[in-house]
Ligand binder design. Structure first.
Ligand code: THU
Length: 132
């Protein structure tokens, strides 16, 4: 599955977003070695800090289906932005712990402008378990 196909999957996930407050839908699709894809969309709450981003939902969905970091190949994220969407700091921190360093992260918008990047580029000098 190439980056355009995975972004297309993320667009499908985006349609499932629950965003009554921000109205800003985000979708994510996580590709595994065996070809399976796990989906996430942002889910908001009237208690705003409880909102959960699309990226984290996709990663947690995969973990709860028995997948591990070693299974992950690529993560696509898409939103209706001018430039490719930029993941929040919390998601970068979570990605850095449970997504491989060499995994592709495809940041996209609805026009298929895609930035192919890595977690090391998105979160250099990350806090991790070696700091504990
Ligand atoms: N959001 C995501 O789901 N992923 C991102 O990469 C950026 C932000 C969500 C959180 C919230 O539901 C809405 O977008 C506005 O911040």
């Amino acid at each position: 599955m190439d980056k355009f196909e995975l972004v297309k999957e993320a667009k499908k996930a985006r349609e499932l977003a629950y965003v009554p407050y921000s109205k800003f839908k985000v979708g994510a699709a996580l590709l595994c070695q065996d070809g399976s894809v796990y989906y996430g969309a942002n889910i908001e709450n009237a208690s705003y800090p409880l909102c959960m981003c699309a990226e984290r939902n996709a990663l947690y969905h995969a973990l709860m289906s028995g997948k591990h970091m070693e299974d992950f190949v690529a993560l696509a994220v898409v939103g209706d932005t001018k430039e490719p969407i930029s993941p929040c700091g919390a998601c970068r921190q979570v990605i850095s712990e449970i997504f491989p360093r060499n995994g592709h992260i495809y940041l996209a918008n609805l026009n298929d402008d895609i930035l192919d990047t890595t977690i090391d580029d998105l979160l250099p000098y990350a806090f991790d378990d070696s700091d504990l």
